[in-house]
Design a protein. Structure first.
Length: 401
């Protein structure tokens, strides 16, 4: 038997063990045993209210709601799987269900396992390392009034947008971020799939921007809790919430529909919707893309990838980058492979996300029209004198054509 098959079987065995253990910890450890002992999340919610430590109450409540939603989503997935496979008989029925479970959850549970094991070995508490270095850059600090919290949250969202955007546009950073985009199905546990060292860069960007812009450090953990909770929810599966637009909220918040667009590999959706909670910065920078009924999202990477192959999903992009750098001619091309967008090569940029999306929009101009485009074109018609016979249309992320 080949090494790859043996590795794949070992992955499956570890996944089964991790799946059972993590679910046990979530159900019994988080919701039952800890709460009965008085030191769990229920206690964290009730006791901290009495102490007026409302931020701990908020964080405890967010963790409880998120973990409950994840468990509900997994339970509903099993109910749906058994329902769709009710015609199958005997062992074949359970093999089919296991294949579905493996496709939807294997990468998530193995990634969570890795994330929980590595801190005991090599992960550095980078938040406090960066914080001590960057604190001197803070020339001013806002107070804790309500308007300062609004300001702080907008600053956080800007830092998140910049981190996320650069993680898609710089190939080395994409290697760190790509495992999160590897799964071919989306659900709330996909949020667990993070390359462990991506947090180093994320912490660097967020702390640098927040401290330079004067955000009060006392706000950090509350903002992170709120932002993280909503980020987990936006990964909710289509079988749990089919539409995902959330009605009028789609104009105010990044919804599951927005984030499904972000995870999609359809050319229309490439490198869009980088924000986590608020669509403001995506709108400002022209990367906001609504879900179109005409284009159903297909999830995963542009390259061929078996989403149940955890080794390839977690490390594959690093190996491909190493191969390209090794075979590139000259130092300029080697460095370019590292810092230019994924899909770039010395001969052409045709396979980068920006070019693929631009070509799609040029072939389908009706799909390029967004609220931002309408506003810009309206402003131009009012304040700029257009050339006779011209009808400029802005393609988001591609300038004016």
């Amino acid at each position: 038997m080949s090494f790859k098959k043996n590795l794949y079987r070992i992955e499956n065995l570890i996944f089964v063990a991790a799946f059972g253990f993590i679910l046990y910890k979530m159900v019994y450890g988080l919701h039952i045993r800890m709460s009965l002992k008085g030191n769990g999340l229920f206690a964290g919610i009730v006791q901290q209210i009495a102490k007026h430590q409302y931020y701990i109450t908020l964080i405890s409540f967010i963790i409880f709601v998120n973990s409950s939603l994840v468990l509900w989503e997994i339970f509903s997935f099993f109910v749906l799987s058994f329902k769709t496979e009710r015609e199958a008989k005997g062992a074949d029925k359970y093999k089919r269900i296991f294949r579905k479970v493996r496709l939807h959850y294997k990468s998530s549970f193995l990634a969570l396992l890795v994330t929980n094991l590595l801190p005991k070995l090599i992960v550095v508490p980078v938040f406090w390392v960066w914080f001590s270095h960057f604190k001197g850059l803070q020339l001013f600090t806002v107070n804790l009034k309500w308007y300062s919290w609004v300001y702080g949250y907008f600053c956080w969202e800007f830092a998140s947008w910049l981190f996320h955007y650069s993680s898609h546009r710089v190939r080395l950073l994409w290697c760190f971020h790509s495992p999160h985009h590897g799964p071919s199905e989306i659900n709330m546990t996909v949020n667990w799939i993070r390359f462990f060292a991506e947090s180093y860069y994320a912490t660097f960007v967020h702390l640098l921007i927040l401290l330079v812009l004067g955000v009060n450090p006392a706000m950090f953990f509350t903002i992170i809790a709120i932002d993280g909770a909503w980020g987990i929810f936006t990964h909710i599966s289509e079988h749990a919430i089919a539409n995902g637009r959330l009605g009028f909220l789609q104009h105010l918040l990044i919804t599951p529909a927005h984030h499904r667009v972000h995870h999609a590999k359809n050319h229309l959706y490439l490198d869009t919707n980088f924000a986590n909670t608020l669509p403001l910065w995506d709108w400002v920078f022209g990367t906001l893309q609504p879900l179109k009924d005409e284009v159903k999202p297909a999830y995963g990477l542009l390259r061929n990838l078996d989403a149940t192959n955890f080794f390839d999903l977690y490390l594959g992009e690093f190996l491909l980058l190493y191969r390209d750098v090794r075979h590139a001619q000259g130092i300029v091309n080697k460095v370019s492979y590292i810092i230019r967008p994924p899909g770039w090569n010395p001969a052409s940029a045709d396979n980068t996300a920006a070019v693929l999306r631009q070509k799609f929009l040029e072939a389908n101009p009706g799909l390029a029209v967004t609220s931002r485009v309408r506003l810009i074109n309206w402003a131009k018609s009012k304040f700029l004198k257009a050339e006779p016979g011209s009808n400029p249309v802005e393609i988001p992320g591609a300038g004016i054509i």
